[in-house]
Design a protein around this ligand. Structure first.
Ligand code: MN
Length: 629
């Protein structure tokens, strides 16, 4: 359908009518349900969505790829094929993070080209391509690859406000994108910052300079999106992103039906059938209930986003991450720290992956109680210039803490990357069966391999949709029945809620059994008797039936290497017998989708390594033992 696609893209500009892209299968559930919607539920509404007459359906890319493999235990490529089959008549659109594809780092050009080619081959018609820093060098290779695949290239301006961003600057960027081969220009307002007058002004200026269709993507986080769309359309925008009403608004897009109705009777009417959409909305309403567990803490309109500029999807992820760290109460502090870190980094627009880089660094700054005490690999790479050119000036002091006297690079970051696919091919891993597998592995090696192995052994199991157990006052018997016991739950005592995580139990010594619990994120070593001192009214309620989750000893010695945050080991940088110096990196631990370097606290010799790649680790455990020199 590609030839027809390209012709009708140009027609779009001429008609004056407004076209819609529905995000229900991608951005809407990414923003509202932490990207957890499953393929089966998508297929239930797919053929009806195909009948509506949308300009496109956004169905793939962004965080959906990672989420499929990591949480849903689905193959994202299989999802795409299934959707293509169920939706033969509507353009399928994906969100592509330029050189970052659907991941969080820059990939080599060979990975980018192959990924785009396979995405197109498996069903993508429209590639919406952006770069988190608006550095167009990072978009060139994917734009070219999409053109070669004869797909539609929708190139994005990531909309943000800062002392360094102007509408004139955005027009200049759009001209560059047109010259690179863009078929449409998208104003990507990922955080819902675009106001109606700003939308009118920006579209007017773009329209004056460029004869390509203009597509506006916004989020309703601050309640402005529908108004901004309307003003944008009046100024000459042609396509807008909406989400079917029952999966809309708040951190997602404004409702499809609302915009259709608002435009009725104007020269910009959509011509779409409200009845059909209303039927689909009823079914989405039912589907959404299944995912209650993942509903964002921040539903409805939240004007805080106007201040902190956090994109829709990031707020719910941040809340989930903080909850995992037992620190949801620190959300406000993190919101306050984010703009400070962003300023230090020269005002990057906050969108994946820059939002994760800034968000995680801000979270660590808050959790550690000291700014830049722990610096993620990503923060370090950002200051090295490995994400591209920062829009504004970076803070010299912060850069110094992050990379010392090292000179940042000035070339296109991917110019420094060796091709990656051949090396994966040479591994001859029997788990990697197809080119698509190889791409999944190139993007997310640990997560993809875990998926492949479980696929091979028939043990794929999606994460549960059941709500976490919540006990009130006491822990009820169901909560400590062997094998059924949740390892994490809340207990409310006299109106105060404690978050409890069972870390494990030791052997009974002298009639007493040590019991490890995390209470609100703090590790407590307790005996059953003393538990009552920490949490009243639980005497005798807990049987220590759980087996320790980890056999690693608690860190005590000066040379015991520990992780600052709970996470998963993704690589080991030292071997037993290695000489190490204080501050050397021993391991990389992935937490909150970011890589954290784990350093040795002392100079000496690596005596023992107690972890392997893929292990889940906690801050209290000894991961590596270093013997003092
Ligand atoms: Mn978005």
């Amino acid at each position: 359908m590609t030839e027809k696609n390209l012709r009708s893209v140009k027609d779009t500009v001429l008609t004056g009518k407004t076209y819609l892209t529905d995000t229900v299968l991608r951005d809407a559930h990414q923003s509202l349900l932490a990207t957890r919607m499953r393929t089966d539920d998508m297929l239930e509404i797919a053929s009806d969505l195909d009948r509506v007459g949308y300009w496109s359906l956004e169905v793939w890319g962004g965080a959906t790829f990672d989420s499929c493999l990591r949480f849903l235990k689905e193959d994202p490529w299989e999802r795409l094929k299934a959707l293509r089959e169920a939706i033969p008549n509507t353009r399928l659109q994906m969100l592509l993070r330029g050189q970052n594809l659907v991941g969080y780092r820059h990939y080599a050009d060979d990975v980018v080209k192959k990924f785009v080619e396979r995405s197109a081959r498996n069903g993508i018609d429209v590639f919406r391509i952006f770069d988190a820093l608006n550095d167009t060098r990072n978009m060139e290779v994917s734009i070219r690859a999409a053109k070669e695949a004869r797909a539609i290239v929708e190139a994005c301006i990531c909309y943000t406000t800062s002392p360094f961003h102007t509408h004139e600057g955005f027009v200049e960027m759009a001209l560059k994108l047109r010259d690179l081969g863009a078929d449409t220009i998208c104003i990507k307002d990922m955080a819902g910052l675009l106001t109606p007058p700003a939308s009118f002004d920006l579209v007017t200026k773009l329209r004056k300079n460029i004869d390509l269709p203009i597509h506006i993507h916004s989020h309703d986080s601050s309640g402005l999106a529908a108004m901004s769309y309307f003003k944008g359309i009046e100024a000459g925008a042609n396509i807008i992103d909406t989400a079917i009403s029952s999966m809309s608004t708040g951190t997602a897009q404004p409702p499809t039906e609302t915009l259709i109705t608002a435009l009725k009777g104007t020269p910009h009417e959509t011509g779409l059938d409200l009845d059909l959409i209303s039927d689909i909305a009823d079914r989405v309403h039912v589907i959404r209930k299944k995912y209650k567990k993942f509903e964002s803490e921040y539903t409805g309109v939240n004007t805080k986003t106007l201040v902190v500029q956090i994109p829709g999807g990031m707020i719910s992820n941040l809340a989930n991450q903080l909850r995992e760290q037992g620190a949801l109460d620190k959300m406000r502090d993190v919101f306050d720290e984010i703009p400070r870190v962003r300023k230090d980094m020269g005002y990057p627009p906050l969108v994946t992956p820059s939002s994760q880089v800034v968000g995680t660094q801000a979270t660590l700054n808050v959790l550690m109680g000291e700014r830049y005490k722990v610096i993620t690999t990503e923060t370090r790479n950002y200051f090295k210039g490995l994400y591209g050119k920062a829009p504004g000036e970076v803070d010299e002091e912060a850069r110094k803490i992050a990379i010392g006297d090292e000179k940042p690079i000035t070339c296109r970051p991917a110019d420094l990357l060796e091709p990656e696919l051949d090396a994966i091919g040479r591994k001859n891993d029997p788990n990697i069966k197809t080119t698509e597998d190889m791409l999944s592995y190139a993007l997310f090696p640990v997560v993809a391999m875990e998926y492949f192995e479980q696929r091979e052994s028939g043990t794929l199991e999606p994460e549960s949709l059941e709500m976490d157990a919540e006990a009130s006052g006491v822990i009820t018997p169901e909560h400590h029945a062997p094998h059924l016991a949740p390892s994490e739950f809340n207990i409310t005592v006299h109106g105060e809620t404690f978050h409890i995580k069972v870390a494990g139990a030791g052997h009974r010594v002298a009639g007493k059994r040590p019991f490890f619990l995390k209470v609100d994120g703090r590790l407590e070593e307790l005996t059953i008797e003393s538990l009552t001192e920490v949490i009243p009214s639980t005497a005798g309620q807990i049987e220590a039936e759980s087996t320790p989750q980890s056999s690693r000893p608690k860190a005590k010695g000066e040379g015991d290497v520990t992780t600052p945050v709970p996470g998963k080991v993704t690589s080991i940088k030292v071997a037993e017998g290695d000489a190490v110096e204080e501050g050397d990196t021993c391991l990389i631990v992935e937490a909150m989708k970011m890589e954290n370097e784990v350093h040795t606290p002392i100079t000496g010799t690596v005596k023992e390594i107690l972890v392997k790649v893929g292990d889940a680790v906690n801050p209290d455990e000894t991961l590596v033992v270093v013997e003092p020199a």
